[in-house]
Design a protein around this ligand. Structure first.
Ligand code: CP
Ligand code: NVA
Length: 301
């Protein structure tokens, strides 16, 4: 039987996702109480990073250690992956020795190929198209601060990229309205938008989009791999900064999120990220708890 993978949020049903988010908060409580809980004793997670990371690496590695298991950091620089060993072969070999594999890479097709040839669960830790682990943490964070997100208005301000695509999937699974405010030419994938047209609206005016929002989310203008476009994007995203004026258009109790790392003064004004309505630190911490819930779901069921 092929293993259960987590390549996009849609690998979970709506009920499974809701259950996983509740479990993430329970695991957070267990951890904060100092209770030892080690369901993954002697289990090993391989972590393949083809892009930089702080939160993803620390949360998966710490999570595996807290669960009694172990995490292996693998970079293309010092594995044969960087010397052109085929993904199919790497998947067969690595998965024969570990219990799960986490991958951060560029092309989403790479992770799909790896999963196809892997004998153990594969977790998407960010591709150019999706960042589902971040959405687990974001949704957990919203729920912990404001309760159910069902029926709420979420506004994505910025690039229609990996994070935005995962927000579209979350809107479908958790039943909220997503307004994407992006410059022309930076819209999310048209097929994905068409598939979820009952949930997603695209606007090109961030301030109009922000009206009566319950949650405002943004991300860097230039993602990893797009460093050469930084200058052009700074110009193209003029008017798409989340600042105090934009936040004032949202509902009074609206939250602000950012997956981090952030560039204060570019996509977000320092006053917004450092304001009490900003839950970015809880959001980052919840990567740990949400991914522990995911590991438990994939490896202990
Ligand atoms: N948000 C996020 O994935 O952070 P890292 O790039 O630091 O892992
Ligand atoms: N969109 C960003 C997210 C980083 C966590 C990137 O892909 O670089």
């Amino acid at each position: 039987m092929s293993p259960r993978h987590f390549l996009t949020l849609k690998d979970l049903s709506s009920d499974e996702l809701k259950q996983l988010l509740l479990r993430a908060s329970e695991l957070k409580k267990i951890h904060k109480e100092g209770t030892q809980f080690q369901p993954l004793k002697n289990r090993v997670l391989a972590m393949i990073f083809e892009k930089s990371s702080t939160r993803t690496r620390v949360s998966f590695e710490a999570g595996m250690a807290q669960f009694g298991g172990h995490a292996l950091f693998l970079s293309p620089r010092d594995t044969q992956l960087g010397r052109g060993e085929p993904i199919e072969d790497s998947a067969r070999v690595i998965s024969s020795m570990v219990d799960a594999v986490m991958i951060r890479t560029f092309d989403h097709a790479t992770i799909e190929t790896f999963a196809k040839y892997s004998s153990v669960p594969v977790i998407n830790a960010l591709t150019d198209d999706y960042h589902p682990c971040q959405l687990l943490a974001d949704m957990q964070t919203y729920q912990e601060h404001r309760g159910s997100i069902e029926g709420k208005k979420v506004v994505w301000v910025g690039d229609g990229n990996n994070m935005c695509h995962s927000y579209i999937n979350a809107a479908a699974l958790l039943d909220f309205q997503l307004v994407v405010a992006c410059p022309k030419g930076y819209e999310p994938n048209a097929d994905l938008v068409a598939e979820h047209q009952d949930r997603v609206t695209i606007l090109h005016d961030a301030h109009e989009a922000a009206r009566e929002a319950d949650l405002i989310v943004t991300d860097v203008f230039a993602s990893m791999g797009q460093e050469d476009e930084q200058e052009k994007r700074l110009k193209d995203f003029d008017g798409f900064q989340v600042n105090t004026e934009l936040m004032a258009k949202a509902n009074k109790d609206a939250l602000f999120m950012h997956c981090l790392p952030a560039h204060r003064g570019e996509e977000v004004e320092a006053a917004v990220i450092d304001n009490p309505d900003s839950v970015v630190w809880d959001e980052a911490e919840n990567r740990l708890h949400a991914q522990k819930a995911l590991l438990e779901f994939l490896l202990c069921n």
